[in-house]
Each structure stands twice: as C-alpha cells, then as structure tokens.
Design a protein around this ligand. Structure first.
Ligand SMILES: CC(C)(COP(=O)(O)OP(=O)(O)OC[C@H]1O[C@@H](n2cnc3c(N)ncnc32)[C@H](O)[C@@H]1OP(=O)(O)O)[C@@H](O)C(=O)NCCC(=O)NCCS
Length: 189
C-alpha cells in the first residue's frame, strides 16, 4: 500500500517540541528544529533524530556517505565542494538523520521563491527500508511549506528505479519535462 504524501511513520503528529541551538553551517547561531522518532531496526528500536547539518560533527561522515552512495565523478559534485557551497548560502535547508552522532542519511532542499527543490537524498545502504528516507523527505517538505513554497521539484538520474518508486510512494509523480543544465566552470575549483 502506498503511503500518503507527507506521512511520517513512527512520529507523532503536530508541532515538535525539540528545539536546540546547534549550528556550524550557519555563521550566526540559530534555533534548529530537531525531530526525533523511533525507527524499526531488525527488532530493535533505534532512536533517530533529524537535525540541521553541522559541519564539524557531520561533514566527514556525509562526504563518505555521498562518495559511497552517489559515486559522482565530476568535480562540481565532489562532496566537499557541494557541502562548502551549500553552507555558504546559509539557508538552513540541509539536514541529516543521526543516531548517537552517526549520520544515517541526508537531504538538502532549496527554495528560490518560486519552487522548492530536493537534492542529495541518501540513506546509508545498511539502514534503508526503515522509513528514514521518508522522514527526511517529510522534514524537508515541512521546511519548504513553512517558507511558502507551492511546488517541490526534484531530479533523479534516468534508471534509478528505487528512487523513483520511493518518491512516488511519497506523493511525487513523473512530469513531462526536459531537464537542462549548464556548468559554470569558473565557480568550480
Ligand atoms: C531512495 C532512498 C533515499 C530511500 O531511503 P529509505 O530510507 O530506504 O526510504 P524508506 O525506508 O522511507 O522507504 C523505502 C521503502 O522501504 C519501505 N519501508 C519503510 N519502512 C519500512 C519498514 N519498517 N520495513 C520494511 N519496509 C519499509 C517503504 O515502504 C519504501 O518502499 P517503497 O519504495 O516500495 O514505497 C535510498 O534508497 C537511497 O539512499 N538511495 C540511493 C540514493 C538515491 O538514489 N537518492 C535519490 C536521488 S537524489
């Protein structure tokens, strides 16, 4: 059975009371919402939080996860470059799923005043099919909705059927668009 869009298994509905100061991605301190929930883990309950990305705590782990999961080979997609550029923007839309300081998954979002975007959705291969991806997605969606976003877009590589199924189960549909891009070489060091 397909889940309803935005449904977050294992979490109670309503506002989440977990607020803490925790930010190194931002230059100024900010209150970041932390969402906590239990996720099934082979009969054990792992306590997993979704928090804003914090470079000193999470940077190396996220780089390793992305190298493993995405295997991008172009310089513009180098995890170190991606993280540095996202942190420079300081939009507070980069989140990780963590348990005991260990990063299990990531999601980046963006909002330009017209559309919201989802990027870099990744769950560690050993922790998939436990609802972590759905929780990360739902968390990022809530942030975009709170900013006034009326539509969320995302791109996946052709042939990535697991990701397509995942997004369809979470309320997204394939649209008849041609995706185009242009590399800005002078900004890639
Ligand atoms: C796509 C991706 C993020 C999904 O992460 P995930 O944590 O496995 O996602 P979920 O657990 O929320 O959902 C995955 C499936 O597990 C199922 N599931 C969720 N909780 C479950 C549980 N407790 N027991 C069994 N199955 C479960 C879901 O129903 C879903 O099935 P469906 O896709 O058929 O609907 C992950 O596969 C991934 O990192 N892929 C590689 C990177 C990638 O391609 N990213 C997307 C492009 S940027």
């Amino acid at each position: 059975m397909k889940r309803k869009a935005g449904a977050t298994p294992g979490l109670r509905a309503g506002p989440h009371p977990w607020w803490r100061v925790q930010s190194h991605c931002w230059a100024v301190s900010t209150f970041n919402q932390i969402e906590q929930g239990a996720v099934g883990n082979g009969g054990m309950e792992a306590h997993i939080s979704i928090v804003e990305f914090d470079s000193p705590q999470h940077g190396k782990q996220v780089e390793a996860l992305w190298r493993d999961v995405f295997a991008y080979d172009t310089p513009r997609n180098d995890p170190g470059v991606v993280i540095e550029k996202k942190c420079e923007v300081r939009d507070g839309l980069f989140f990780v799923a963590v348990t005991n300081g260990v990063v299990l998954g990531t999601i980046m979002a963006g909002y330009d005043g017209h559309r919201g975007w989802i990027y870099s959705m990744a769950v560690h291969p050993e922790h998939r099919h436990q609802g972590i991806g759905a929780r990360l997605l739902s968390f990022a969606e809530e942030k975009l909705v709170a900013l006034g976003c009326v539509k969320i877009n995302l791109q996946i590589l052709g042939g990535n059927e697991e990701a397509q199924r995942f997004y369809e189960a979470n309320g997204y549909s394939v649209e008849n668009r041609i995706s185009m891009g242009k590399e800005i070489r002078e900004n890639i060091s």
